[in-house]
Design a protein around this ligand. Structure first.
Ligand code: ADP
Ligand code: MG
Length: 401
């Protein structure tokens, strides 16, 4: 009896010393974040080690992927720590909590599963290869493909989209200039079409429900739906690109216009949707549209909460963003289930993307980006819930002590 108690005391003392040493080591390594939570998360990961699945081939009509960025040095210095675990195709958010006793710490972990889950070691090239590369032959075959980056401001939307834009430009022109591939074979396939196609790019932004041309000094654009149900963006400049380099330069110009403006007026880029469209048109065919690839960097998903702001303009912008992100989800869901009614008129964003939702040959990729920090857990959960609802997937919620 006496002995057992002494044993227990000794063990507790040993654990205390080990913890203190580990904490000291962490701080020396520049990681001052909560050691107990980090230990619980490490245990969780050890239990799941090796459960990573290879990335599945990407021939999905709707593909929903998750990307977690690495934690930044700044976040670590602020005593934040990585609280998102990725084992493809699963992602787990660890909500770090303390029991009512005020001492016992525990993780309230939520599991999600997507078509792909990318962790902080996965490069943009890898994300691109699994999600977006399969869209290139699809567009060459006359399809409408759309890639969205959705997530909280600072979670890596632009980082991901800029990399994807570059790789798309390269792959598109590689395919266009390649010797006829034999894989598809048929006369109407990508190779036959490629010989007679021209590439055009346009780039615009939707800010507070208004469209502005990013390749033409933010010229204000009007969006109209004509009697045939075709949507036109009046005044939008379109530039032809004869090579991957030209296409990249044009896209860079649009991206620059976006960010320059952002620093001038307090980060408007987090409140706007940027829409880069690469159109393939038939050469000598009166410019008839063949296929289209839309690459979209969405407004920060947290901006929907600006509806509580004291600033009237912020409030209205927040409401507009909320509306467009909800409409987007509904349109993708309608596309997924093959519903006849697609509510694309519910927002400017979905209106300009009408043909991406209503054509039979349409495919969509949603890349949900999240920050790893425990301090962002609520926003991260919101992003994952949104991505989860875009497509029906299984969710398992569990708490582990
Ligand atoms: P968002 O567009 O969602 O606001 P950004 O793309 O601007 O976020 O990313 C925020 C910061 O994180 C930037 O400094 C960016 O370079 C960095 N970052 C984002 N994703 C990654 C990543 N996967 N690897 C490394 N750094 C990243
Ligand atoms: Mg951004």
């Amino acid at each position: 009896m006496e002995r057992a108690r002494a044993d227990r005391r000794q063990k507790t003392e040993l654990a205390r010393v080990l913890r203190a040493e580990e904490e000291k080591r962490n701080i020396a390594n520049g990681n001052p974040g909560d050691i107990d939570f980090q230990r619980l998360i490490a245990e969780f990961r050890a239990a799941r080690a090796g459960s990573d699945q290879p990335h599945a081939a990407g021939d999905l009509k709707i593909c929903v992927a998750l990307r977690k960025r690495p934690i930044s040095a700044k976040e670590v210095a602020r005593k934040d720590h990585d609280s998102v675990t990725v084992f493809n195709p699963k992602v787990t958010v660890h909500n770090c909590k303390t029991r009512v006793d005020g001492i016992t710490k525990y993780l309230d972990s939520s599991d999600f599963q997507f078509d792909h889950a990318f962790g902080d070691v996965d490069t943009t090239a890898r994300v691109y290869a699994a999600t977006t590369r399969p869209l290139v032959p699809f567009v060459l075959d006359g399809g409408r493909a759309t890639v969205f980056a959705y997530g909280q401001t600072g979670s890596g939307k632009t980082y991901t989209m800029v990399g994807i834009q570059r790789q798309c430009a390269e792959d598109l022109f590689r395919a266009l200039t390649a010797a006829p591939p034999t894989r598809r074979g048929s006369a109407g396939g990508a190779a036959a079409a490629a010989a007679t196609l021209e590439v055009y790019v346009s780039f615009f932004e939707i800010y507070g429900g208004r469209c502005q041309d990013l390749l033409n000094r933010r010229h204000r654009l009007d969006v109209r739906e004509d009697g045939q149900g075709d949507v036109h963006i009046a005044g939008l400049e379109e530039f032809q690109a004869a090579s991957a380099e030209e296409l990249e330069q044009l896209i860079d110009r649009g991206n620059r216009n976006r960010t320059t403006h952002a620093t001038e007026s307090n980060d408007t880029s987090s409140r706007s949707h940027a829409i880069c469209q690469i159109a393939l048109k038939e050469a000598g065919g009166g410019g008839r549209l063949h296929g289209k690839l839309s690459l979209i960097d969405l407004a920060g998903s947290e901006r929907g909460a600006d509806t509580k702001s004291h600033n009237r303009q912020r409030r209205m912008e927040g409401a507009e963003i909320n509306k467009s992100l909800l409409a987007l989800k509904e349109c993708i869901r309608a596309l997924d289930s093959g519903e006849a009614h697609v509510p694309y008129r519910a927002s400017k964003l979905t209106l300009v993307l009408k043909d991406s939702f209503t054509r039979r040959a349409a495919r969509t990729v949603m890349i949900a980006t999240v920050s790893p920090g425990a301090s962002h857990a609520d926003h991260t959960l919101n992003t994952l819930r949104y991505a989860d609802r875009v497509k029906e997937t299984k969710v398992a919620d569990f708490a582990d002590a």
